[in-house]
Design a protein around this ligand. Sequence first.
Ligand code: IMP
Length: 201
Amino acid sequence: MPRLVLGSRNKKKLREMLDLLGDLGLDLTDLTPYPDAPEVDETATTFVGNATLKAVTLAPVLREWVIGEDSGLVVPALGGAPGVYSARYAGTHGDDAANNAKLLAELAPHSGPARGAYYVSTAVLADPTGTVVASVEGRCHGLIITERRGTGGFGYDPLFLVPEYGKTFGELPPEVKQSMSHRARACGQLREVLQKVVCDR
Ligand code: IMP
């Protein structure tokens, strides 16, 4: 089974990617089997820049096909914040509780459509030499509510209301998130490429 490495140590992201691409017959893993893989600093100022950094740095070191995925929440009323800094918005990388608290505080003066937001997922596929083979982006639009609801998903999901359902990604079952999320939309675009260049090897 051809191997495909997600260049991340975020278990919840891997779980979502497995749900989205698991049927392709790929041995999809995150960086867990590669404890010595380099830490890739997210020094770019765009999602595609950071996703590319992850993919092209890791692929030649691991000598495997790698997906670099960079994602985040964009709030136009906050000038695009937290954006590429979503994981470390409040200072500490991956502190979801603090990030959510900061988002609520920053948005406190805003109401109605000014609380509109969208998630972005950019995925870059690199071959084992580090050459970029595909670059895709998915988005998902919603509203940031004023208090957390639900315990599902991760990151900003308890605050991210999906208007069609009147529920947050924290409240909705995972299969609903997987049917419409930014990551689902990015993975949907990657499927055909993966089938051609990785699965049929
Ligand atoms: P990355 O690991 O640098 O791509 O950071 C992604 C960050 O964006 C996460 O730590 C979350 O704060 C946020 N994020 C990305 N995707 C999601 C999602 O599906 N739900 C909630 N938060 C997300």
